[in-house]
Design a protein around this ligand. Structure first.
Ligand code: SF4
Length: 281
């Protein structure tokens, strides 16, 4: 309220008082009021935005890392972005590039190895060195297995950054990293997992048995140990391709594993079975 408005009200009240107390107007000093401070003004005087004024921009909805048990709402791109920025374990300080994985969505086969080597660290792609080239040859086997990361496979590792000197990943590094792989499995929902090498097999099956005993026999990756949903994905343990580069004698058992993989895929996938029907082993 302004000083002038207050003076008018005071004058009116004085006049009314004089009238009620006999009708004689008594002389008075001038009124000394000040305007109310700005922040004490009547809220009713506040200026509201006109209806035509636009509302302020709402903040963009950002993707969160909280995911459903079945991978709904998650994406390979979101997982890869988190891996690229990850500092959960010490391997972040020695990597050149993190290596999330690559291949097809909804693959027939998800190949899971141990971790990136020097070539993978340099390129950010999985299985691109000599072992990776051998893996590509194993998966295709001159068309007799008919699998490829370019058409029906996805390739990833248990851990996403290279351990120095290609040493075996330590348990705390696997514990820190494995949730990225779990999210990838949930998103991709492969028909079959091919677990290559000891680290992959032991981690995925929570087994202390070595690869030599477990290879060649299908089991199920039920996921209940690592995932909060029961996935029942057939899993075939086999030797890591880098082991074949060191020991040629492992090629024969791996070929048996590839034939078992083809037979399982023929059972599970009619399109694959039809494609392979005229291709002899
Ligand atoms: S290895 Fe896995 S947990 Fe460790 S820094 Fe790389 S992405 Fe993160």
């Amino acid at each position: 309220m302004t000083a002038n408005e207050k003076a008018n009200i005071a004058s009116f009240l004085d006049l009314a008082g004089d009238y009620l107390s006999g009708g004689f107007r008594r002389p008075r000093e001038g009124y000394a009021f000040a305007d109310d401070p700005a922040d004490k003004k009547n809220p009713a005087d506040a200026k509201f935005p006109a209806e035509t004024e636009s509302l302020p921009e709402l903040p963009a909805v950002t993707e969160t890392t909280e995911q459903s048990p079945t991978g709904e709402g998650d994406s390979l791109e979101a997982v890869a972005a988190e891996i690229a920025a990850c500092t959960r374990c010490g391997l972040c300080s020695t990597r050149t590039n993190a290596v999330p994985g690559e291949g097809m969505r909804r693959p027939l086969v998800m190949v899971i190895g141990e971790g990136p080597g020097a070539d993978e660290d340099e390129t950010g792609r999985p299985f691109v060195g000599r072992a990776g080239q051998l893996l590509d040859r194993m998966l295709d086997s001159k068309g007799r297995i008919g699998l490829s990361r370019n058409s029906n496979c996805y390739i990833a590792n248990i851990i996403k950054c290279r351990p120095p000197g290609n040493r075996t990943p330590q348990p705390d590094e696997i514990t820190a990293c494995v949730s990225y792989l779990v999210r990838q499995i949930k998103i991709l929902k492969p028909r079959v997992i091919l677990a290559a090498g000891n680290t992959a097999v032991k981690t995925l099956l929570d087994s202390t048995e070595g690869i030599t005993r477990l290879r060649g026999t299908f089991t199920f990756f039920r996921g209940t140990l690592l995932m909060d949903a029961d996935f029942n994905i057939p899993l075939l343990p086999t030797f890591h391709p880098s082991a074949l580069l060191r020991d040629e004698s492992l090629k024969a058992p791996v070929w048996e594993d590839m034939k078992a993989l083809r037979a399982k895929l023929c059972e599970l996938d009619g399109d694959y079975a039809a494609r392979m029907a005229d291709i002899p082993l």
